[in-house]
Design a protein around this ligand. Structure first.
Ligand code: UD1
Ligand code: CA
Length: 460
């Protein structure tokens, strides 16, 4: 059976009190809408339509790479029923799975469960329900005296008695056969809110004898995000799920409450993650690594046995097995670090290739550089890669020793095994095996200090 998916994501998200469209607010570093899109993929829909409205262009831009999706713009936000009616024009036939773009915790397994039960019972309309006395603002499922679904009434339109009687809430996830889609045109505007409620088709379908069923699922999964507190709540749940998963797979978290691991991150066995750490994007961390407190690793690939010492930032970089980075180091994008490399305190790298066994232990900037094996970069070394207009590269071949406080003015090359004396400003290539020294020769003025002290005594 052909399946179409519609994700409703046009809402203003008034209660977010934000300039950013609601579905772009992030949950563990990923826009909310991406979670709904990912959740439906395993169901292999023929077509996925996302209804956007508020901040439409921005939403589209942020969904780059989701090429299988078509977007429809709902110019006026006239409610969920209106939104689906617009989306329906995008496909000719088949059943429709509808979900809200503001429910990032929905699991593919639950959607499959809904679809399986729907098929087994040959329903015309099936949807997910849950119960949770601690929350408000959801639609309430009304049932008749025989327990059959009779309709859905929004919390705000229900009387106190109805609220007491009907505790089952609407999860906002529906599977609709073509035969009930016709009711969309018959939805009437709700008098008090001025919106067309998608939920009204439940009453219409049930009232005309169609098979309508609600299936319960874990409340956690259909928690919607309507305000910032709920955004936090959902992030907390997801954070716990993710850290629990990695703990089961053999990762130690010293304090999982303060470790943020994105949904696309991978962590190897026996790696230890300290508190206050952020592992973001498509970061991959190998086995037996230690990530000390205060570090943020974004879109990076780390091998095995790597130690990331405290307060280190790593962005879009790669690190080979057995290397040690930090404390207080910053690997900026396109830093490619080999094996058993040491990048120490207050070292910054950018678009730089560092081969195995090289050390830059203190206070150094390496930008646009290619560095060989077993090089020693002294404290305070700087690659001067920028002349105010253009960037130039520095090449340091294997086994080179760069003395402390040196500047390498690019473009420049230091040949294999060469030495650069401390305090040098290197502006010309250093041939392999040579020593580059560039500083004024030191003079020692004999007895100068004593003379100076005597002079100042005479003056006073
Ligand atoms: C809706 C349901 C409610 C259910 C809850 C579950 C209705 C009338 N109510 O309420 O029964 O318990 O979801 O989370 O459907 N949207 C549009 N266009 C619009 C209006 C909304 O695309 O004109 C989108 C929103 O962006 C959002 C989704 O539809 O992603 C739901 O809208 P929202 O306003 O959050 O509905 P709720 O009040 O939460
Ligand atoms: Ca909602």
């Amino acid at each position: 059976m052909d399946l179409n998916v519609v994700i409703l994501a046009a809402g203003r998200g008034k209660r977010m009190n934000s300039q950013t469209p609601k579905v772009l607010h992030q949950v563990l570093g990923r826009p909310m809408l991406r979670y709904a899109i990912d959740a439906v993929k395993p169901l292999r829909p023929r077509k996925t339509v996302v209804v956007i409205g508020n901040g439409a262009d921005l939403v589209k831009k942020n969904m780059a790479g989701e090429d299988h999706i078509s977007f429809v713009v709902q110019e006026r936000l006239l409610g969920t029923g209106h939104a689906l009616a617009i989306a329906k024009k995008e496909f000719k036939s088949g059943r429709v799975l509808v979900l809200n773009g503001d429910c990032p915790l929905i699991a593919s397994g639950t959607l499959k469960m809904l679809s399986a039960r729907h098929n087994r019972n040959r329903n015309a309309l099936s949807f997910l329900s849950f119960t949770d006395d601690s929350i408000s603002g959801y639609g309430r499922i009304f049932r008749d005296e025989r327990g059959r679904v009779a309709g859905i009434v929004e919390d705000k339109h229900a009387t106190p008695d109805e609220r007491k009687k009907f505790k089952e809430l609407n999860g906002g996830v529906y599977l609709l056969e073509e035969e009930v889609l016709g009711y969309l045109e018959k939805i009437r505007k709700n008098k008090s809110s001025g919106e067309y409620y998608l939920t009204d088709i439940v009453k219409m379908a049930a009232g005309s004898g169609k098979k309508v069923e609600a299936y319960t699922c874990p409340a956690e999964e259909i928690r919607g995000v309507n305000d910032r507190e709920e955004l936090f709540g959902v992030s907390e749940i997801l954070k716990r799920r993710i850290t629990r998963k990695w703990m089961q797979k053999g990762v130690t978290f010293i304090d999982p409450q303060t470790s943020f691991v994105g949904p696309l991150v991978h962590i190897g066995k026996d790696t230890i993650v300290y508190p206050n750490t952020y592992l973001e994007g498509r970061t991959r961390i190998g086995k037996n690594c230690v990530i000390y407190p205060g570090s943020r690793i974004y879109e990076s690939v780390l091998g095995d046995g790597i130690v990331i010492k405290d307060n280190t930032v790593i962005e879009e970089s790669r690190i080979g097995d057995g290397s040690a980075i930090g404390p207080f180091a910053h690997l900026r994008p396109r830093s490619i670090i080999g094996r058993s490399v040491k990048i120490g305190n207050f070292v910054e790298t950018k678009k730089t290739f560092i081969s195995d066994g090289t050390k830059a232990s203190h206070l150094t900037y390496l930008g646009d550089a290619v560095i060989g094996k077993n090089v020693n970069i002294g404290a305070g070394t700087i690659t001067c890669n920028y002349d105010g207009k253009n960037k130039f590269s520095t090449v340091i071949e294997s086994d080179v020793f760069i003395g402390s406080d040196s500047q390498l003015v690019a473009p420049v090359k230091v040949g294999k095994g060469a030495y650069v004396a401390a305090g040098a400003t290197v502006t010309r290539d250093v041939p392999s095996g040579d020593l580059a020294i560039s500083r004024a020769r030191q003079q020692n003025l004999k007895g100068w200090a004593k003379k100076r002290r005597e002079e100042s005594r005479v003056k006073s």
